[in-house]
Each structure stands twice: as structure tokens, then as C-alpha cells.
Design a protein around this ligand. Structure first.
Ligand code: HEC
Length: 150
């Protein structure tokens, strides 16, 4: 008896699903050490930023189970790598890098670009009401201004 095409397709899909787990990219989830944080204007700003931004823009990433499974692992890993490169609250460069600019941060949050929409959908704690959005933007602005090295 020959296998139905749907059965073959199903087995093929499972085989591919298993094979891609062997790709090494995106599997290193060891967070780099915390080097230097900005001078937070108050603990509430840090708490809020940690809640909404730290998973990508810090070295304190909490990697969920699905971030260990390809292909989600590849997308999440490259997102975090790119995010840390632009703005890393655990490796503050003293306002000397593009993403550390408070004008840029305000623009990204107020326009709803950050945190990214796909992240907000998966993380209810990252959805901001108007009051916490304002607290976050104002708090980060004060923090960035106090953290610029001259
Ligand atoms: C899901 C991961 C993720 C989260 C959560 C996240 N970001 Fe980002 N962020 C990125 C990525 C990826 C980039 C680089 C690509 C881009 O600019 O879209 C980025 C870029 C940025 C930039 C630089 C923009 C530029 O054009 O140079 C700023 C500023 C920023 N994020 C601020 C924040 C702030 C503030 C938060 C929290 C309110 C936040 N992000 C939350 C992933 C994230």
C-alpha cells in the first residue's frame, strides 16, 4: 500500500521541523554580563523600562521556551542582538550611541514603534496605558540627560 500524498507531506514537514532544530544559530542564550547601567532618575523608571524594554535592550533577557525552538529562535535571537547593539541598558555608553538619544527614545515609544507590535501581542505586561507611557518617556528622558558623559 502506498502512502497518501497528505501523509507524505505531513511526514516531510515533521522531518524539516526536526532538521532545522540542528542549526546552531540562535541557540546561545547565555546573557553577557551587566557592564554599566545609566544613572536612573528613580527606581520606578528602571522597573518600567525593565518590564517593557529589557528583554531586548539589556543583558537581562529572559528567554522563553519558544525562543529555543527554530524558526522562532532565529528571529528572536537576531532581534535581541540588533536591539542590544542600538541601545543596551546593561552596557550604557554614556549617550554616545544612536539609540541612547532621548529624542529617539521618545519618538520610538510615542509612535508605538517600541516595544514592537509582535512583542506587545505576546507580552501583555509590555502594553502601556497613556499614564505609564508618559511616565516611561519622561523617566527615560531624565535618566538619559543625567547619564550623558561630557
Ligand atoms: C522585541 C524586542 C524589543 C523590545 C521589547 C524593544 N525593542 Fe527597541 N529595538 C528592537 C530592535 C530589533 C531594534 C533595531 C531595529 C529597529 O530600529 O527597528 C530596536 C531599536 C530601538 C531604538 C533605536 C531606533 C533607531 O532607529 O536607531 C530605540 C531608541 C529603541 N529600540 C527603544 C526601545 C524602548 C525604549 C523600548 C521599551 C519601551 C524598546 N525599544 C523595546 C527591539 C526591541
Amino acid at each position: 500500500m502506498t502512502m497518501a500524498n497528505t501523509t507524505k507531506a505531513f511526514i516531510g514537514a515533521i522531518a524539516i521541523g526536526i532538521a532545522i532544530q540542528l542549526v546552531p544559530y540562535g541557540r546561545n542564550h547565555v546573557n553577557p554580563p551587566i557592564v554599566h547601567e545609566p544613572a536612573w532618575n528613580n527606581p520606578e523608571t528602571r522597573d518600567l523600562t525593565k518590564r517593557v524594554c529589557f528583554n531586548c535592550h539589556s543583558n537581562e533577557t529572559i528567554w522563553p521556551l519558544y525562543s529555543k525552538i527554530a524558526p522562532a529562535s532565529w528571529l528572536i535571537y537576531s532581534d535581541v542582538a540588533e536591539a542590544r547593539q542600538k541601545l543596551n541598558f546593561s552596557d550604557w555608553k554614556g549617550g554616545q550611541r544612536g539609540g541612547e538619544n532621548s529624542f529617539e527614545i521618545r519618538k520610538e515609544i510615542e509612535s508605538g514603534k517600541m516595544p514592537p507590535i509582535q512583542y506587545r501581542l505576546a507580552h501583555p505586561e509590555a502594553k502601556l496605558d497613556d499614564a505609564s507611557k508618559k511616565a516611561l518617556v519622561d523617566g527615560l528622558e531624565a535618566t538619559v540627560k543625567a547619564s550623558i558623559k561630557h
